[in-house]
Design a protein around this ligand. Structure first.
Ligand code: ISL
Length: 584
């Protein structure tokens, strides 16, 4: 706002006011539901669709715009539904298609869009396509998957005879021997997740048809699982073997392969074109670089709206995810800052701390002890004030923490269980392997949603498939809703701020304090409005070295996590968002 009568100076270096052309998802927030762990309506211990529908009012109260559902399709559940045996149905575990139609209708009635998980790098080995493909080397669907003979000169089925030396993401080789046909099939993930061959146009057409079927059913977009792995570099060949590693790294052959942009542009043309204004597409892309992400998300190229990148959730990992390093704020800043810069002109960021594959952020980058509530609010504030579309993973808005897993029997995730078996088999100490699992296991994200303080946290009346975190007696939605100072209400205010203050969605981003080990600070600028977000990532008070800090202290506080705090020092885990207007 400018003072009446005054003419603001033109500021050529800043962006114009947001026009009607800014897509809706720039000012939206997405909420991810992991159906198995959200709410169980039928008492079998596993969350379901009717459970989700019964909690839509809660999501509406939080103020989110989009609901992303992790897979609910028929599945043998080897990887909790990321192994799909029918793309056009609902697993009875989660309910029926009618339940899903009802969920979509009830979500729409509340102004919530629904985005489905699209898992098409691989199917389940129980999908009829694979069953047919496997049935004979002459099958019309043989070429829908990656079948290869044993390595020349080796005995098929013997260790080392795999067509390439690649390891799978879930331990062991990426190839499974099929005795009946004497050939191997590729599975980058579990052996029950064979990779589809996207070189075959029939595969692509089948996927496009399936996607259109979902759009006709009313869904509002897709989150595309490991979509940068669908194009393989041919011929499939051995990758480099790191010292001490059991398998080679095939990433050069399957990450961002030669036809990936073509495949995504084709998918856009075949499925999304004509519906751009209402849909959301987000490609999950492990290993993607900022330069590639710019190409994937440049609207002119018509591929996807945004990508999930992984750099910032790798800053506490060394050689692989089980090599747990101490968290360094400087590494986080370097990564997030580079992404903000890289997608400033073209393309768009998605912003996330958590999902169903990541440990809980308050335990990871915050303090889940004495400062749990404040550090959870700080983390939310920092994330939501970046430029991009924020994603909230169920329970993050409550400040849910990692779980106190005591023994390997407490884990359910295939990745964790396989890793334990392999690592201990290779001679690692069980206690060391467990320590890494406790920090990084995906099951940390998957413990049931904590609705209330009752014995099963209000998640189920049965026996939960994965134990509820005992801290639900304190950390739960009922308590958070009743407390105006809760993490929930802070997230609600953050989401509301994105709607009321255009600079949050569309302002330019400038990182400050490049080398500061504890203070994370940046500004956002849109026209005459400038916001400062400043956050103390430590348990000690600190005076931020932000340029012009004294002047900023006169600016009104838009949002903070410490009531009544106005002085020059930030207390432990304090975050502030300040606003000023230039030209007045
Ligand atoms: O958590 C990981 C393993 O270390 C990640 O590499 C994860 O597997 C990767 O992000 C891909 O994730 C997606 O595809 C997987 C599925 O298991 C994950 O749940 C899904 O988010 C295979 O479909």
């Amino acid at each position: 706002m400018t003072v009446a009568g005054s003419v603001p100076e033109p500021r050529p270096e800043s962006r114009p006011e947001p026009g009607p052309e800014a897509p809706w998802w720039t000012s939206s927030v997405v909420y991810q539901v992991y159906p198995r762990s959200f709410a169980d309506a039928d008492g079998d211990g596993v969350g379901d669709l009717r459970g989700i529908t019964s909690r839509l009012d809660y999501l509406q109260q939080l103020g989110v715009d989009v609901l992303w559902l992790s897979p609910i399709y028929p599945s043998p559940q080897d990887d909790n539904g990321y192994d799909i045996s029918d793309y056009q149905g609902v697993d009875p575990l989660f309910g029926s298609l009618a339940d899903l139609d009802d969920l979509i209708a009830q979500a729409h009635a509340r102004g919530l869009r629904v985005v489905m998980d699209l898992v098409v790098n691989h199917t389940s080995d129980e999908h009829p396509w694979f069953v047919e493909s496997r049935s004979s080397t002459d099958s019309p669907k043989r070429d829908w998957y990656w079948w290869r003979p044993a390595r020349p000169g080796s005995t098929p089925g013997e260790p080392g005879a795999e067509p390439t030396n690649w390891g799978s993401f879930f331990s062991g080789p990426a190839w499974e021997y099929d005795e009946a046909s004497g050939e191997y099939y590729l599975h980058l993930f579990s052996r029950k997740q064979p990779d589809l061959n996207w070189e075959n146009p029939e595969v692509r057409h089948a996927v496009h048809a399936m996607m259109r079927w979902w759009l006709d059913r009313g869904v509002d977009g897709f989150r595309m699982d490991v979509i940068n792995m669908i194009s393989k570099q041919l011929p499939l060949t051995d990758g480099p073997v790191a010292e001490g590693a059991a398998h080679g790294d095939g990433a050069a052959y399957f990450l961002g392969g030669p036809r990936i942009h073509e495949f995504l542009a084709e998918m856009h043309a075949e499925v999304v074109a004509g519906h751009e204004a209402t849909l959301l597409t987000v490609g999950e892309m492990p290993g993607v670089t900022v330069e590639e992400a710019q190409l994937f998300t440049d609207p002119e190229r018509r591929e996807v709206d945004m990508v999930f990148q992984f750099e910032h959730v790798g800053v506490d990992q060394g050689e692989g995810k089980w090599d747990v390093l101490p968290f360094r704020l400087t590494a986080l800043r370097e990564s997030l800052g580079r992404w903000q810069e890289g997608l400033a002109k073209a393309g768009w960021n998605s912003l996330y701390w958590n999902n169903h594959d990541q440990p809980r952020v308050v335990s990871r980058f915050g303090d889940d002890g004495a400062h749990r509530v404040r550090s959870a609010k700080l983390l939310g504030t920092v994330l939501h004030l970046h430029r991009g579309t924020p994603y909230v993973y169920q329970g993050e808005e409550l400040g849910m923490t990692n779980a106190p897993f005591a023994a390997i029997e407490d884990f359910r995730d295939i990745e964790s269980v396989n890793h334990y078996r392999h690592a201990v088999g290779l001679g690692e100490q069980p206690a060391d392997v467990l320590r890494a699992l406790r920090a990084m296991s995906r099951d940390n994200a998957r413990t049931p949603m904590q609705w209330d303080a009752s014995p099963n946290a209000g998640f189920t009346t049965g026996t939960p498939w994965l134990a509820v975190n005992p801290n639900h007696d304190e950390i739960n939605a009922a308590a958070a809703l009743a407390d105006p100072d809760s993490v929930f209400h802070h997230y609600r205010r953050l989401i509301a701020l994105r709607k009321s203050e255009p600079a949050v969605a569309l302002g330019d981003f400038t990182m400050l304090l490049e080398d500061d080990p504890v203070v994370y600070a940046f500004t956002r600028r849109l026209g005459e409005v400038e916001l400062l977000c400043v956050a103390n990532f430590s348990g000690d008070p600190v005076r931020p070295a932000v340029p012009g800090w004294e002047e900023w202290l006169d600016a009104p506080l838009l949002l903070g996590n410490v009531a009544g705090s106005v002085g020059p020092d930030l207390v432990a885990w304090e975050a502030r968002v300040l606003r000023r207007e230039h030209g007045r």
